[in-house]
Design a protein around this ligand. Structure first.
Ligand SMILES: [Fe+2]
Length: 246
């Protein structure tokens, strides 16, 4: 197992303040995630090494454009805000802490988009952020997302999002840690360090939702279905911005 993954597991995955069926369910899902998390760290290290060997600065722009497309207002408005809508008015008192964490994530993802724009501006790849509006590379991302179409499925379970938080936001944390272990560029490091604590918070939100709320088979099923979807072969790679190849 990659040491970066071992460290992440020991620090963040296994310690928990809860006990009971939520934790047990999460640990069963964790076993399913482990091989793909491990593969992700190896890939992110490999891609970062390839970027360094390229001998030019274009990889920084490639990463930043991909990050601009995969985070920022696109991500926030399409995904995060619709997560809030999965909690109906009469369920708000039960899930109000989840609503608050999701509201915070809207802000986080917009900030992440801005961090990528900053790399492009400070790196001299663009003069004004508006230029990115004309560049498809800064406006498209090839990753499938269970929640990209959430607005079309208003019946989605309020806890379903926990599966994506747990599986994908962990990959953001791992991809960032792996990339930071290789890339020495100041611009990239500043961007990744600025983003990293928030990705951790998003992962911890998934962990908390499962440990605290996924206590019955009825509440676990919609989360498990998200894991079933995300653990298919198309998923185990982060965005190019976080160390993936695309
Ligand atoms: Fe993000």
């Amino acid at each position: 197992m990659q040491p970066i993954l071992r460290n992440f597991l020991d620090k963040w995955v296994y310690p928990t303040g809860f006990s009971g069926p939520g934790v047990e369910f999460r640990l069963r899902q964790t076993e399913r995630c482990l091989p793909l998390w491990d593969k992700l760290v190896s890939q992110a290290i490999q891609f970062a090494e390839k970027d360094l060997k390229s001998g030019n600065a274009e990889y920084k722009a490639v990463r930043a454009r991909a990050g601009y497309a995969a985070e920022g207002p696109f991500m926030s408005l399409k995904q995060m805000s619709t997560q809030i809508l999965s909690v109906s008015i009469d369920e708000q008192s039960k899930y109000i802490d989840l609503q608050r964490m999701r509201a915070r994530q809207i802000w986080d993802e917009v900030k992440h988009g801005q961090l990528h724009a900053d790399v492009l501006l400070r790196g001299g790849f663009i003069k004004r952020e508006e230029e990115l509006m004309d560049d498809p590379r800064a406006n498209t991302q090839p990753k499938l997302s269970y929640f990209g179409m959430t607005a079309m499925f208003p019946h989605i379970h309020p806890l379903a999002r926990a599966g994506q938080h747990y599986y994908n936001e962990s990959m953001a944390c791992l991809g960032i840690a792996a990339t930071l272990s290789v890339i020495d560029d100041d611009l990239i490091r500043h961007q990744l360090h600025s983003q990293s604590a928030e990705e951790m918070m998003h992962f911890m939100e998934g962990k908390y939702q499962i440990d605290a709320y996924a206590l019955t088979p009825e509440d676990q099923k919609p989360i498990e279905e998200v894991f079933d979807f995300l653990l298919r072969p198309w998923a185990p790679e982060p965005s190019r911005a976080l160390g993936g190849s695309q």
